[in-house]
Design a protein around this ligand. Structure first.
Ligand SMILES: Nc1ncnc2c1ncn2[C@@H]1O[C@H](COP(=O)(O)OP(=O)(O)O)[C@@H](O)[C@H]1O
Ligand SMILES: [Mg+2]
Length: 340
């Protein structure tokens, strides 16, 4: 296992505060509740807390991936013959976590009946495997993670209040990446170091990476870097190597800029200035009096931009535009640009 996977990278004040809390929490065995959007590093934090105490196993229980009747047996195990298909006895995740840490990921997805059973394990350290008449013991530290607002779920009645209070002794809120952009360069270096090789991001590409909003947070950034390294042998990683979601973002920004330039009224020059006044923005000839440019025109320009950028390479242009090659050919025909 690559141990660098569990290092929490970042120097922003918010990340430093999280590192500080991890140090404190690592020394005790209280429950912790990790809150944050997907990909913000909840699992990294849980492992970091566990690694400080370094006691027993670390077990991740992904409540969103377990469904239906098998969920209870995944958690608590079952005895042989407990239900059709239970050919042998099975130890559940709760029992495997004995003596260590259990991370309940996406705990908001846990159904109410299992919430009640989990609460019992936390209080009594006891549980019963499916089909068993005897109880067993498991004592573990619980860390719960969620991207939901659990307090709201409690109000709605979909999450047990008593379990919520039990879990919410100490909570750590992980900020979305767009609210701590200072962490982005360090994270990029970390991911680049992990793939090995001697890669560098160009200044233009870095500018895009710093201004994108990262809805998938650090996970999306990690995937983005892996994509760039996969399609370019390096050492320089360019804007053209960015994956399609970022290419769309660039095109969107360009068209916003064009629309804004077209809509801006000509500015009156300041009364007295020594510097040469900036020329008034040229209104877009295609825009009507409202200044709005029709979508088809923006699409045509995006295609032109992409072809210009790739020096006519249609396969890469289609990739940059985030569309298939046949769609690009169809659109070229539509806009009478087959000869571009
Ligand atoms: N601060 C960080 N430093 C280094 N890697 C991080 C950091 N935050 C997240 N990651 C990486 O991003 C990915 C998603 O993190 P994860 O902890 O699974 O997020 P979550 O559980 O909140 O969805 C993982 O591959 C993880 O290693
Ligand atoms: Mg996760």
């Amino acid at each position: 296992m690559d141990e660098t996977r569990h290092i929490l990278v970042g120097q922003s004040p918010r990340t430093r505060q999280v590192l500080h809390l991890i140090q404190k929490l690592g020394k005790c065995r209280w429950p912790a509740l990790l809150l944050g959007e997907t990909g913000t590093g909840k699992e990294v934090v849980a492992r970091a807390i566990h690694n400080i105490s370094a006691q027993g196993p670390f077990v991740t229980i992904d409540c969103s991936s377990m469904v239906g009747p098998l969920m209870e047996s995944e958690l608590f195990g079952h005895v042989k013959g407990a239900f059709t298909g239970a050919a042998s006895a099975k130890i559940g995740l709760i029992e495997s976590a004995n003596g260590g840490t259990a991370l309940f990921d996406e705990i908001g997805e846990l159904p109410l009946d299992l919430q009640a059973k989990l609460l019992r394990v936390l209080q009594e350290k006891e549980f019963r495997p499916v089909g068993s008449v005897t109880t067993r013991r498991s004592d573990f530290r619980i860390i719960a993670a969620t991207n939901r607002d659990l307090a709201k779920e409690v109000e709605k009645g979909t999450f047990r209040r008593d379990l919520y209070f039990r879990l919410n002794v100490i909570n750590i809120r992980l900020a979305p990446l767009r609210e701590r952009r200072e962490d982005i360069p360090a994270l990029i270096n970390h991911f680049l170091a992990r793939v090995g090789g001697n890669y560098t991001i160009t200044a233009e590409a870095m500018e895009v990476l710093l201004s994108y909003d990262w809805p998938g947070n650090v996970r999306e950034l990690e995937n983005c870097i892996q994509h760039m390294v996969a399609i370019n042998s390096g050492p320089l990683l360019h804007v053209a190597d960015l994956p399609s979601n970022l290419q769309n973002f660039i095109l969107q920004k360009k068209s916003q800029y064009l629309t804004a330039a077209a809509a801006a009224p000509p500015q009156a020059a300041p009364a007295q200035t020594l510097a040469a006044p900036a020329p008034p923005p040229v209104p877009d000839p295609v825009a009507g009096p409202s200044g709005v440019i029709p979508l088809a025109e923006l699409e045509r320009r995006a295609i032109l931009n992409a072809l210009e950028y790739t020096k006519g390479d249609r396969a890469i242009a289609a990739h940059l535009l985030g569309i298939g090659r046949t769609t690009l050919y169809r659109k070229l025909k539509e806009y009478h640009m087959e000869n571009r």
